[in-house]
Design a protein around this ligand. Sequence first.
Ligand SMILES: *[C@@H]1O[C@H](CO)[C@@H](O)[C@H](O)[C@H]1NC(C)=O
Ligand SMILES: *[C@@H]1O[C@H](CO)[C@@H](O)[C@H](O)[C@H]1NC(C)=O
Length: 360
Amino acid sequence: MRKMLAVVVSHVFSGVAQKPGLRGLLASLNFSNDVTCDIKKCDLYRLEEGPPTSTVLTRAEALKYYRTMQVIRRMEMKSDQLYKQKFIRGFCHLCDGQEACCVGLEAGINPTDHIITSYRAHGFCYTRGLSVKSILTELTGRQEGCAKGKGGSMHMYGKHFYGGNGIVGAQGQLAEAYNISALWKLPCVFICENNRYGMGTSIERSSASTEYYKRGFFIPGLRVNGMDILSVREATKFAADHCRSGKGPILMELQTYRYHGHSMSDPGISYRTREEVRDMRSKSDPIMLLRERMINNNLSNVEELKEIDADVKKEVEEAAQFATTAPEPPLEELAHHIYYQNPPFEVRGTNKWIKYMSFS
Ligand SMILES: *[C@@H]1O[C@H](CO)[C@@H](O)[C@H](O)[C@H]1NC(C)=O
Ligand SMILES: *[C@@H]1O[C@H](CO)[C@@H](O)[C@H](O)[C@H]1NC(C)=O
C-alpha cells in the first residue's frame, strides 16, 4: 500500500479538460506534445541531494495548470468584488499571486494524501476538488456552500482536505509538531508559504532568521521558487518521496508573494510600496511565467489561451450569480453540524442557543 502522506501548509485538479473541437484538434497538430524545462535549483538544508533542475512538461499538464491557476485568480478577484459589495462578510484572505503554490503542490501528491492548511486557502479548496460554485457560495454564507454556509472563508473542508485554521505557524505548536513528527518519523511535509509579510510586517522586520527552510532544525529542508509551478511540483514530489520512503518529515519553504493585503481590511500598501507589488506582477507572476513557457515552447498559442480565459470567466461569473442568489441556511439550523457526525451538542454557557440544539 502506498504510504499516506499528510501535508501541512502553514500560511500557505479539478481543471476539467476541454473537449477539443475540430479547431482545437487541428491546432493541436501544430503544438508540441511536451517540452523539457529548466527549473531553479533549490536551496538545501541537511540534504545531500535535492529535486531535479529540469523536468518534462506535457501539453496536457500545461493546459490543466494554466486553467486551474486562472480559475483561482479569477475566483479571488470575484471574492474581492463580492466582499466590497457586502455579499461576503467577516474574515477573508485572498491568495492571488500565490497560485503556483497550491496548484504545484497538488500536482506533486496524490488525491488520497491529506492537506491541512492555515487560512488563505481558497486555492487549495479548488485544487482539492471543490467547485468554484461551492467555494463562492460558502463565502456568501449560503446553504449550498461547501461547509453549508457556516464555515466561510476560514473553514472549508473537502475530501482529504482540512482547510483554514486560524493561527499561522504558531511558534510553540510548530516546534512541538516538528519535535514529535521527527521523533516518530511521521510522513509529513511541512510547508511554509513565505509571502514575505506577516499581516503588516515584513519578515526582515520580525524574524531573526528568515531562512524558514532551516528552521525545522533537525528536520531537512528545501527552499523553492514558489512562483514557478514546475519548481513547486518537482520539490513536492521530492519531499513526498522522502516521506514515503520512511525518512520522516521534511520542510519546504515556498518563496511566493501575495498581491492582496493580508485580509480585506488591509489595502496592502502601507508596509510595502506599490512599486514592489507592480514589480512582482510584471516579472514574477506565476500565471504569466507558465503562459510564456507554453507559448515559447509551442505547447499552446495566444488564441487557445484566450479561449481558456473566456471559459474560466464564464464559469466564475455563473458561480458568483448562484452564490449571490442561493438561500441562506435556516436559523433553526444555526447550531447544527458542529461535529461531522452531528451528535447532540450541549456546551456549558451556550444556553442561549439550546433551543437550536443539534439533533438532525
Ligand atoms: C512551433 O510550431 C511551428 C508550427 O508547427 C513550427 O514552425 C516551429 O518551428 C515550432 N517551434 C518550436 C520552438 O518548436
Ligand atoms: C521535544 O519534546 C520534549 C517533550 O516531549 C522536550 O523535552 C524536548 O526538549 C523537545 N525537543 C526539542 C528538540 O524540541
